[in-house]
Design a protein around this ligand. Structure first.
Ligand SMILES: Nc1nc2c(ncn2[C@@H]2O[C@H](COP(=O)(O)OP(=O)(O)OP(=O)(O)O)[C@@H](O)[C@H]2O)c(=O)[nH]1
Length: 421
């Protein structure tokens, strides 16, 4: 099931997306040219990242590696979400003049056919999809200032799009962080909108994988600090340290981040914390014996709640809690009885990204995914198509819910725990 609250419409139930299925009979080697999708869906990976962090370098590397995929690359200004929205509404034809002359097909030395579209927007994507069959995979590089959330939402719930966009399945969001300037960028990044969360933190929050790049240029201790900071913003995204985007592609392509349970980094304990001026607690009180119970970096925080096996009543309560948090931006919490006589009050939250997994009393395993106000709870597929064939999906031993956003303090954690108990 999938839910979307846009335009105050009554949310509709839409069919769960199934990822593109790779031919199980294909050679197990990632570089095998047999590893081609057999379903109609073309997986798409969004590559976002800080300005100058190494996104193009990563792309270039992917395009010149022997991986067997025929990749279409979109390098564009998708970061301008106003542009996406405008085109989503207005574009009716794949022959839209704005997409004219925007494409370029290249035969690369490694045998893979790549095409790059340097123009922007839905029209260009639709035009690209007319070439379906000529490529197996799409990489979308956003600008350094892009917020991946709205872009990911668009490709995640894309059934409504005509002209081929519905044939794209979102595989994951990869964020490239600059190992040299990453910390500084996160510290200085301000946004003027109501959330006041800068792009760099939104990019980390909205990612399924983070590449901490340029580690050859930064001292190891500084790289470790940046890594910690990233972990605190997004404990659900694995972080890989890279030089010039050197990474085994299986960690960034075909990861099916929207179909699999989250891999929460256990290195982040609930006691981890980065203090900033935005913290809403007294720093003097902080010591090892009295650790704060939330992580917070410039107003953005994450929380992680574990749960046991859930019966239907729990699942319904969880669903209602999630709807309230994601659609109404509100969570009911126990109020401080010293301040008010009302035992329950509401706090404001903004969820940028949510992930989770849990098991029902009937023994079914579920995956929960949320991007902004859109979320989906779907039954976990035990076999997942991977590069070169099906792979077994690990069923998590215990349930967990991870939320990334603002206002996620200890009261919110307790509130979520209370619906899962
Ligand atoms: N030493 C070193 N240089 C790197 C690394 N990764 C990228 N670079 C260099 O950093 C510069 C910027 O890299 P790009 O790949 O263009 O970065 P980008 O994120 O695409 O940049 P924008 O599109 O402008 O945001 C280039 O000169 C790269 O060669 C790395 O890991 N180590």
């Amino acid at each position: 099931m999938s839910f979307n609250d846009s335009d105050d419409d009554v949310p509709t139930l839409v069919e769960t997306l199934n990822a593109s299925t790779l031919d199980p009979s294909a050679d197990k080697q990632p570089e095998s040219s047999n590893a081609k999708p057999v379903s109609a869906k073309v997986p798409l990976t969004i590559i976002c990242g800080f300005l100058g962090a190494g996104k193009s370098t990563l792309l270039k590397r992917i395009l010149t590696e022997r991986h067997g995929y025929r990749i279409a690359v979109i390098m564009n200004e998708f970061g301008d979400t106003a542009d996406i929205e405008a085109k989503t509404i207005n574009v009716s034809s794949a022959d839209d003049p704005t997409a004219e002359g925007s494409e370029e097909f290249l035969e690369l030395a490694n045998g893979c056919l790549c095409c790059s579209i340097k123009d922007v927007g839905v029209a260009a994507m639709e035009k690209l999809m007319l070439k379906k069959g000529a490529f197996d995979y799409i990489l979308l590089e956003t600008t350094g200032l892009a917020d991946p959330g709205p872009i990911a939402s668009m490709f995640w719930t894309n059934e409504e799009y005509a002209n081929g966009l519905a044939d794209i399945v979102l595989d994951g969001v990869v964020c490239v962080v600059d190992g040299v300037f990453g910390q500084k960028q996160m510290a200085e990044d301000h946004s003027t909108d109501e959330l006041r969360i800068g792009e760099s933190l939104r990019q980390i929050a909205g990612s399924d994988v983070v590449l901490l790049n340029k580690i050859d240029l930064a001292p190891p201790e500084s790289v470790a600090e940046t890594e910690q900071l990233i972990r605190k913003v997004n404990p659900a995204a694995p972080i890989y340290k890279t030089i010039k985007g050197e990474i085994d592609l299986k960690y960034i392509i075909g990861i099916q981040a929207f179909q699999k349970p989250p891999s929460v980094d256990e290195a982040v304990t609930p006691n981890s914390h980065v203090h900033t001026d935005d913290c809403d607690h007294d720093h003097d009180e902080h010591d090892e014996k009295k650790p704060p119970t939330h992580y917070e970096v410039r107003g953005i925080s994450s929380l992680q709640v574990r749960c046991g096996i859930l019966d239907q009543a729990h699942i319904d309560k969880l669903d209602a809690w999630i709807r309230n948090a994601l659609w109404e931006n509100r969570v009911s919490v126990r109020s401080d009885e010293k301040i008010t006589s009302d035992p329950v009050t509401e706090v404001q939250v903004q969820i940028l990204r949510a992930k989770g997994a849990f098991t029902s009393k009937e023994g079914k395993h579920f995956v929960f995914q949320g991007v902004r106000s859109i979320y989906e709870i779907s039954e976990l597929e035990r076999k997942a198509p991977g590069v070169g064939g099906d792979t077994d999906v690990d069923v998590p031993e215990e349930g967990k819910i991870v939320l990334i956003g603002t206002g996620l303090d200890d009261r919110v954690r307790k509130s979520l725990e209370s619906v899962l108990r």
